[in-house]
Write a protein that binds this ligand. Structure first.
Ligand code: SF4
Length: 460
């Protein structure tokens, strides 16, 4: 096997990528419902209406923070999780609803390589047995031919004859991942989901495994869905990249175009976090505040609205970004409290006509808007909302803030905007708004000057 550069350069010996998709995902949705009959909790929306293709011979990189739904999406495509809605097509055939025989054929055409080679191999089996297991399960050819196939596979992934009878604990991390790849290739698949296949490995070992995956793709014409949080690796290996946030793909396009000119604020935040000169983002680092929302309770508008540094603001009020974020945070507290059932003490207080606002909400009001320099008209709206919260009407309090101070981003789920073989789900792609880069640069400059930032005509 040839050893090329570490995974920092875009590879130039591209496998021919067909225009035909091998896999087409359409509006795929995977929700997890509580198993308890008594639970009134909404489901966890792990994958929430995702559509994209992986073409024959293509590598699509799937990136996003931990918990955004990447692995669930990969597992649902392979049939390892049941979709709640939507379809997975392979060469036009629906593979989401197969009988047993068809399911076996789909399993044969696909495979998965897992993140942690320490965890994914059975320590009590020899490497030969591990790689042969899928061949045995599918009763592939004769036992002798299976053994021969295993030896060929070990050689193909850079291992050798003597490794056949060894156990996983006798291997390094990189060698164990080679075993995992050999096993995934056993049934001559056409499509692999590679779930963070190099994240647990040293950088030098990562490069060798990436090169191996590229060589195998070239030799065997494989299609890959490459799941990763390391964007440098994705830049090296992926033809196209899909950026995922809170169960949604928010941007997708040819890798170099997305890296050179990201159009979704979340993509910008990921690119700006790449350390040093490897980052393609030339602007300031974008640090997101807070954590992603609970996927049981995603925002009703844009999924990124609670953390977006480029969020569209209402045009009527002259506030700086800190004040807007404080108001967003207060509204978020009210929304969260509105989902919690009132305690017995709260109910008793309400019956007695006493205020039910608890210490958490009182502290939230003080923390977020207590000292904020708000114009009188904005302060009056906040006071009305706080008064509703004092009466235990948290939903009404959140709605009061949203009605006057909310954003279009809180209310409307953005559609995909397509151009230049790319798509991004952000209202800022529409005419009349500044684009994401311009907005972020302006807001950063405004914050540095300590002046309001959002009085730009139609833009917010
Ligand atoms: S729609 Fe609004 S909140 Fe969502 S990414 Fe675009 S600017 Fe940000």
């Amino acid at each position: 096997m040839t050893t090329r550069h570490p995974p920092t350069d875009r590879r130039d010996d591209r496998t021919a990528v067909s225009a035909e998709p091998f896999v087409s995902v359409r509006n795929l949705t995977t929700y997890y419902h509580d198993s308890s009959m008594l639970s009134s909790q909404p489901p966890v929306k792990a994958v929430d209406g995702v559509s994209f293709d992986v073409r024959e011979g293509e590598t699509v990189g799937l990136v996003g923070e931990s918990g955004c739904g990447k692995t669930t999406l990969g597992r649902t495509i392979l049939g390892l999780e049941s979709p709640t809605d939507g379809t997975v097509l392979s060469r036009g055939e629906d593979v989401t609803d197969l009988d047993a025989a068809e399911r076996g054929e789909w399993v044969r055409k696909t495979g998965m390589v897992f993140q942690d080679p320490e965890e994914s191999l059975n320590e009590r089996m020899t490497v030969g047995e591990i790689v042969r297991e899928p061949l045995d399960a599918h009763e592939w050819q004769t036992p002798d031919e299976r053994e021969q196939r295993v030896r060929e596979l070990l050689e193909r992934v850079g291992l050798n004859e003597e490794h056949f009878y060894r156990y996983p604990h006798q291997f390094s991390g990189g060698q164990r991942q080679r075993v995992g790849i050999a096993r995934a290739l056993a049934l001559e698949p056409e499509f692999l989901v590679l779930d963070e296949p190099v994240s647990a490995l040293d950088v030098s070992v990562q490069a060798r495994i990436i090169n191996l995956l590229e060589d195998l793709q070239t030799e065997l014409g494989l299609s890959y869905l490459f799941i990763a949080h390391d964007l440098s690796v994705v830049r090296h290996i992926a033809d196209r990249v899909a950026v995922m946030y809170l169960g949604n793909v928010v941007e997708m396009g040819p890798t170099e175009r997305v890296f050179a000119d990201p159009r979704h604020p979340y993509t910008v935040s990921l690119l700006s976090a790449i350390p040093g000169s490897a980052s393609p983002w030339t602007g300031d680092r974008i640090t997101l505040r807070g954590t992603p929302p609970n996927p049981r309770h995603p925002p009703s508008g844009c999924p990124f609205t609670t953390r977006c540094p480029a969020k569209i603001r209402p045009d009527e009020y002259d506030l700086d970004e800190d004040a807007w974020r404080a108001l967003d945070a207060l509204r978020s507290v009210f929304r969260t409290r509105s989902r919690d059932p009132p305690t017995l003490l709260d109910r008793a207080k309400r019956v007695l006509g006493r205020e039910t606002v608890d210490d958490t909400v009182r502290a939230a009001v003080d923390d977020h808007v207590g000292d904020a320099d708000l114009p009188d008209e904005v302060r009056a709206i906040v006071d009305e909302a706080v008064e509703l919260a004092r009466g235990g009407e948290y939903r009404a309090a959140a709605d009061r803030l949203a009605a006057s101070l909310g954003s279009r981003c809180d209310a409307e789920h953005p559609e995909f905007h397509r151009s230049d073989r790319r798509r991004s789900a952000c209202h800022r792609a529409e005419p009349g708004y500044d684009d994401v880069r311009t907005t972020l640069e302006r807001r950063h400059a405004s914050a540095a000057d300590g002046r309001p930032n959002d009085r730009r005509g139609a833009d917010g």
